[in-house]
Design a protein around this ligand. Structure first.
Ligand code: NCC
Length: 335
């Protein structure tokens, strides 16, 4: 299972689950941040999700290793005897810890639809990180399609702002700043994890365990530094309702599916596929439940489809499009 290729059906399944979980997560998280009077500590929810992901990854590794003896030797080799690797994976775990906390701050201050729309800036940011960190090249047409996708998803998810009055004080400026930080973190951490994962044969579940171990330490420090005295006073699970547990569950499942998607595709494809899953699930709702399609949705869906088509076109004359600097240098040398 470690490095065998996945079937197309399996990839589509993972992408669809990831996208549906992400959509539900944003709305459920927003709900939990606006309705309850005994507001839970967001930092504890982020930490708890890391713990759950660690245990599930251990279970998956045990399944992959077929036998407890083998599991033990894999853990000794990759965890106890690999401090360097643990340190390497602590980089994305710190960045993801910041990003996951930012999502709570943003959704405490912004409507879920506004958050979802502005968060789409992660698509070009991820493409930029891929080019810079993985040294992959995108043609001009592919760059164009990345921005077209960003505009398309924005239109597809466009909804009128929440009309219901929320019970908490909100600061849109703080919300937008949190989104900006989350966008940068998502692009960087996603591509960094992809780079580490694909640069060796080490199993995805081992990489996840290495990352979640430091994730627990970092998010634990986050609890201590941000809400320490209050958590000591009121308790770790203060304000936890069934909805909050549901949010933590979604955060864990969504994160694990994200890791599988990155393993079998890449971070840019994750953006494209998530967009098509949103379009397809809305079309399915139209056919199944008679949902009304808006003009903005139709325009956005068209942009998403065209951008997917353009991104997939074979690259032409890549030297001139991708490395004009290289070409100019070569010309200078000949002169
Ligand atoms: O923003 P995004 O993902 O890139 O964030 C990645 C999430 O996956 C977790 N992760 C990543 C790699 C890995 N090996 N293990 C992990 O657990 C990170 O901790 C981080 O939470 C997206 O592409 O839009 C996506 O969005 C998130 C989420 O909706 C946003 O971050 C909003 O806050 C989705 N997460 C969930 O639905 C829980 C993710 O599935 C897709």
């Amino acid at each position: 299972m470690a490095n065998e290729p996945a079937s197309l059906v399996f990839k589509i399944y993972c992408l669809t689950v990831m996208t549906l979980v992400a959509a539900t997560y944003t709305v459920a998280l927003r709900y939990t941040r606006t309705v309850s009077s005994d507001l839970y500590f967001a930092t504890t929810a982020v930490c708890l999700a890391e713990v759950i992901k660690l245990f599930i990854s251990l279970g998956m590794l045990a399944r992959e290793s077929s036998g407890l003896g083998r599991l033990k030797s894999v853990l000794v080799e990759h965890i106890l005897k690999s401090p360097k690797e643990l340190l390497k994976l602590s980089v994305p775990s710190i960045v993801y810890a910041v990003q996951n906390n930012m999502a709570f701050i943003a959704l405490s201050n912004l409507d879920a639809a506004v958050y979802q729309v502005t968060y789409q800036l992660k698509i070009p940011c991820t493409a930029l990180c891929t080019v810079l960190m993985l040294h992959r090249s995108l043609s001009r047409l592919q760059w164009f399609s990345v921005f077209m996708l960003c505009a398309g998803v924005t239109l597809v998810q466009w909804k009128p702002a929440e009309l219901t009055k929320v019970q908490v004080v909100q600061s849109p400026l703080v919300g937008f700043m949190a989104v900006a930080i989350a966008v940068l973190c998502s692009g960087f951490a996603g591509v960094y994890f992809e780079k580490v994962l694909k640069s060796s044969d080490t199993s995805l579940w081992v990489r996840n365990i290495q990352m979640y171990l430091s994730g627990i330490l970092v998010t634990g420090a986050g609890i201590y530094l941000t809400d320490g005295p209050q958590v000591m006073d009121k308790g770790f699970f203060y304000g936890y309702t069934p909805w909050v547990c549901f949010v933590v569950f979604l955060a864990s499942v969504g994160g694990l599916y994200t890791s599988v998607v990155v393993k079998y595709t890449d971070n840019i494809m994750k953006g494209f596929s998530a967009a098509s899953a949103i379009v397809l699930s809305t079309i399915a709702s139209v056919m199944l439940f008679g949902l009304q399609i808006t003009v903005t949705f139709a325009m956005g869906a068209l942009l998403v489809c065209v951008s997917i088509y353009l991104y997939g076109l074979p690259k032409q004359d890549t030297t001139t499009l991708e490395r004009p600097d290289k070409l100019a240098r070569e010309k200078l040398i000949t002169v």
